[in-house]
Design a protein around this ligand. Structure first.
Ligand SMILES: [Zn+2]
Length: 143
């Protein structure tokens, strides 16, 4: 299948780019703040060349989570690779509802707890759900 070949080509390219020889000179790249070299995708370089995790690198250099460690072409290529894997069924999103529920369960206050502003957490959650549904329906009306 052509799609499978395309995925392989993109993956090979990603491996090439992730390698330590991925200094791309003039192209748009993410500069490493340790050695100054530029990369389309920084994390593998940090791990291999400097033995530092992405989390430690961000902490050490005060880099916000919102600041990207991959350039746009790398991000687009990754997105395209994921679209192809979703299209041919190699990847599914079946796990997402469970994962979202698990993530919410970790951060959710226990039943009967009060939020920081003193409101009942259960009531606040119900209100949020009702509000989201109301908003969603309003958007659906196309107003
Ligand atoms: Zn470096």
């Amino acid at each position: 299948m052509d799609q499978a070949r395309e995925v392989d080509r993109l993956q090979a390219r990603a491996r090439e780019d992730a390698g330590d020889g991925a200094d791309l000179g003039g192209e748009s790249v993410i500069p490493c703040r340790i050695c100054g070299r530029g990369f389309r995708f920084l994390p593998p370089h940090l791990r291999h060349a400097h033995q530092i995790s992405t989390a430690d690198y961000r902490r050490q250099y005060g880099i916000q989570a919102s600041e990207r460690l991959a350039d746009n072409s790398y991000r687009e290529m990754s997105a395209e690779r994921m679209r192809l894997m979703l299209a041919d069924g190699r990847v599914t999103l079946d796990h997402l509802p469970k994962a979202v529920e698990a993530a919410c369960a970790v951060t959710r206050l226990p039943p009967g707890a009060k939020r920081a502003d003193g409101r009942n957490a259960d009531h606040a959650r119900e209100y949020q759900r009702a509000y989201k549904i109301k908003r969603k329906n309003r958007v659906g009306e196309g107003k």
